[in-house]
Structure formats: structure tokens, C-alpha cells
Ligand binder design. Structure first.
Ligand SMILES: Cc1ncc(C[n+]2csc(CCOP(=O)(O)OP(=O)(O)O)c2C)c(N)n1
Ligand code: SF4
Ligand SMILES: [Mg+2]
Length: 303
């Protein structure tokens, strides 16, 4: 197995202790039984056991039931527009490299309207974690098919059954060059928490497809519970071909870390090529104010 560099999660100062309740934001308003509760619980577990500093964590979302996520965690949060979670998260990470940035969004948000952004965020290897809440449906807008809905599935918007083949998000992320690719299941909460922890600690773009049943509009709960199996020690996450085979050929629904490799991040490469490397790395709001003054001076020259 390859040696993989990790980023330390931003911890609270000694003497301050946070409980799971301290990390919770407003009360979630998802339907009872929605898989998204499992994801929230897993993240809260990770934050608590690592005593993550909420002031150094930012959660950015798109639009969808999944898009409500930032309000349910006590950290910085940004509820963006539909499909644009990755550009917002990328911009935030570049402006505030000191923050741990987590992007969240649904299969519609990330693989339909937002699909154009995904391979580019991946190939930049920007140091963020992307949690794709995949329920194979548009939940918020009441049950239209998404790019991961199976062929033939009938909804009110596809009364004769879906006619397009679904996207395979893991294979796509692997082929686009993602440095961390994993799949979790909202019902395997402890296992999911370990995956999210590993994804947050990864230096580079970490992509986690999380299977999360929409019990109201497409209840895949029983099916996924039967299909899910956890990857074991015999899978080597540094083996790209093995990861691709798993993503495309495996029986059932394997969950775990498919692939993990170390590669310079976007910031590493920008810093390597920049004269003012220190400023880029530590970018704070004071630096941005200085930048605004420089832009103003530049504009004056062309007036
Ligand atoms: C530009 C734009 N187009 C369409 C919509 C309507 N819309 C809101 S959420 C959504 C899809 C939600 O599905 P998904 O991303 O899978 O999230 P889920 O609700 O399943 O978590 C759509 C089409 C919108 N809000 N903005
Ligand atoms: S509509 Fe589906 S995805 Fe949305 S909260 Fe309800 S169960 Fe969850
Ligand atoms: Mg969805």
C-alpha cells in the first residue's frame, strides 16, 4: 500500500471540549427515515472525535434536500445555487486555505446541472472534500429521475420508465483523475464516519459517493441494505485498475475506499509558481483587503 500524506483536521485549542450536541445546528427538516440523517450523524461523529474547530470548517452546498445540510451543522456554511457547489467551494478554499472545506450536494445537483464542474475540480486536485448524496432521484422537487436513476424506473416525470443509462459516479471520478475515491452508505454510519474522516484528512480532492435512500420518492433502502458489502484488506486502494474494476464490475454495492493516491494539490502548484507564495498559502481577509486596494489602483491607471 502506498504512503499517503494527510492534512491534520483543525482541532480546537486545549481546554475546550465539544459534545455532539455542540456541533448540531438547527433541527433537520428531512422526512422521517431519510438517509441524509445517517450522513449528518456520521459527520457529527467525526467532528466530535477529532474535536474539530467549527471556526475552521466550512460546509458549502448546492440546492436539494441535501443542500440544507450546512444549516444542520455548527460551522461556517454557504447554501449556494443549484449545481454550483464546486466552484464556490474551490473559490473558498483558494481564498481561505486555512479552512477545511466540505462540499455537499445531490446526484441531480452534482451530476446533472453541475456535472460540468466535477471533472475540472477533480483535475485541479483542489484540497476539498466532496460528499455526493446519491439517492438516485430529485428529492426536493418531488421525484423526477436523476442521472443515477436506473433504466426503466417509472416516476411521474418518466411514466414509461427512464430511457437513459445511468452515470457511474465512481468510475467517472476515477477516470477524471481523482486522488481519493470512496463510496459509503448512510445506514452504515460508523463505516461512513471512518470514510468521511479519511476523506477530510486527504490532501487533495476527495470524492465520496454516499448512497442515501430517499424514502419518500424512491425507497431503495431494502435493496441497498441487501447489496452493500464493505471492502476488506484484500483491496489495495493504491491500485487504480483494481479500483476501476470494482467500480464497474463488482457484484452488489461495495463500500469503502476504492482509490487513494498522493499528488500535489492546486495550491501546491500555485505556490510553487508564485512569487508571493507565503501570502497565497496563508490568505486571510486582511490580504484580500490589500488585494482590493491593488485592484483599485490598477483601475485608476486605466481611467
Ligand atoms: C437553476 C435551477 N434549476 C432547477 C432547480 C430546481 N431544483 C431544485 S433541487 C433540484 C434537484 C434536486 O435533486 P438532487 O440534486 O438529487 O438533490 P436531492 O433533493 O435529491 O437531495 C432541482 C432540479 C433550481 N433550484 N435551480
Ligand atoms: S424527499 Fe427524499 S431526500 Fe428529501 S428529505 Fe424526504 S426522504 Fe429525504
Ligand atoms: Mg438526489
Amino acid at each position: 500500500m502506498s504512503m499517503v500524506k494527510t492534512s491534520a483536521l483543525p482541532r480546537l485549542q486545549d481546554g475546550v471540549a465539544m459534545t455532539p450536541a455542540d456541533y448540531k445546528g438547527i433541527k433537520p427538516i428531512w422526512c422521517p427515515g431519510c438517509g441524509d440523517y445517517g450522513i449528518l450523524n456520521a459527520l457529527i461523529q467525526v467532528l466530535t472525535r477529532n474535536q474539530v474547530d467549527p471556526a475552521r470548517l466550512a460546509i458549502v452546498s448546492g440546492i436539494g434536500c441535501s443542500g440544507r445540510f450546512p444549516a444542520f451543522v455548527k460551522s461556517y456554511g454557504f447554501h449556494g445555487v443549484h449545481g454550483r457547489v464546486l466552484p464556490v467551494a474551490t473559490g473558498l478554499k483558494l481564498a481561505r486555505p486555512d479552512l477545511t472545506v466540505v462540499a455537499v450536494g445531490g446526484d441531480g445537483d452534482g451530476l446533472a446541472i453541475g456535472m460540468g464542474h466535477l471533472p475540472h475540480a477533480i483535475r485541479r486536485n483542489v484540497d476539498i472534500t466532496y460528499l455526493l448524496f446519491d439517492n438516485h432521484i430529485y428529492g426536493l422537487t418531488k421525484g423526477q429521475p436523476s442521472p443515477t436513476t436506473e433504466v426503466g424506473h417509472k416516476t411521474h416525470a418518466s411514466p414509461y420508465g427512464v430511457s437513459e443509462y445511468p452515470i457511474n459516479p465512481l468510475a467517472m471520478a476515477l477516470v477524471a483523475g481523482a486522488t481519493f475515491v470512496a463510496r459509503g452508505f448512510s445506514s452504515h454510519t460508523r463505516h461512513l464516519a471512518d470514510l468521511i474522516e479519511a476523506a477530510l484528512a486527504h490532501r487533495g480532492f476527495s470524492f465520496v459517493q454516499i448512497m442515501t435512500p430517499c424514502v419518500t420518492f424512491y425507497d431503495t433502502y431494502k435493496q441497498w441494505k441487501q447489496q452493500a458489502w464493505e471492502l476488506g484488506e484484500d483491496h489495495d486502494p493504491s491500485d487504480f485498475q483494481a479500483a476501476l474494476r470494482l467500480a464497474t464490475e463488482a457484484e452488489g454495492m461495495p463500500i469503502g475506499i476504492f482509490y487513494r493516491v498522493e499528488r500535489p494539490t492546486l495550491m501546491d502548484r500555485l505556490v510553487a509558481g508564485a512569487k508571493d507564495a507565503a501570502r497565497l498559502q496563508s490568505g486571510t481577509r486582511y490580504d484580500r483587503e490589500a488585494d482590493a486596494r491593488q485592484i483599485d489602483a490598477l483601475l485608476q491607471r486605466y481611467r
